[in-house]
Ligand binder design. Structure first.
Ligand SMILES: Nc1nc2c([nH]c(=O)n2[C@@H]2O[C@H](COP(=O)(O)OP(=O)(O)OP(=O)(O)O)[C@@H](O)[C@H]2O)c(=O)[nH]1
Length: 138
């Protein structure tokens, strides 16, 4: 029997002064070369916002505080079905100022107006529209 995987994913949409923390998916992973927000699979019993903050710390070294769920998207990729929880997060107040400007393990701070030009996975499209409306057109 060919059973498809369904993964619940917590994603940290980390905002600071209208900039967002964005990386590029590694060549060894699914959707290699696509841009991405920090995130990954929820552990069993782990809430998506907790997952988003944990994955962000693991992947970028930045401690963040989840603020609100911006969007929930269900999407079928070839490799799996995903339940995506996009959580708006902000850096913890105590983080050193230099972490808010420099690259973090390959993740970079990108101004909101540059988001539409990036190559995000298909499931991110409604989130990018939402961010443009909230941070560029407002
Ligand atoms: N991190 C991240 N994943 C995203 C985004 N958009 C999106 O569709 N995804 C999808 O969400 C899933 C994330 O899973 P992952 O494989 O990166 O998670 P992980 O690090 O826990 O997995 P691993 O331990 O197998 O490497 C992938 O299917 C990925 O394509 C995004 O903006 N950020």
């Amino acid at each position: 029997m060919n059973e498809r995987k369904t993964n619940r994913i917590g994603i940290a949409v980390v905002e600071h002064q209208r900039q967002f923390l964005i990386g590029v998916r590694d060549h060894s992973t699914t959707l290699a070369g696509h841009h991405e927000f920090p995130g990954g699979k929820c552990e069993p019993g782990e809430a998506p916002d907790v997952c988003a903050a944990r994955e962000c710390l693991e992947e970028t070294g930045l401690s963040v505080r989840p603020a609100e769920e911006l969007l929930y998207v269900e999407h079928a990729y070839d490799h799996a079905d995903v339940l995506l929880h996009f959580w708006l997060c902000h850096p913890e107040p105590a983080v050193p100022a230099h972490l808010l400007t420099e690259d973090l393990k390959g993740f970079r701070w990108i101004p909101a107006e540059e988001l539409p030009a990036l190559n995000f996975p298909a499931a991110n499209a409604p989130l990018i529209d939402l961010l443009i409306n909230a941070y560029v057109r407002s």
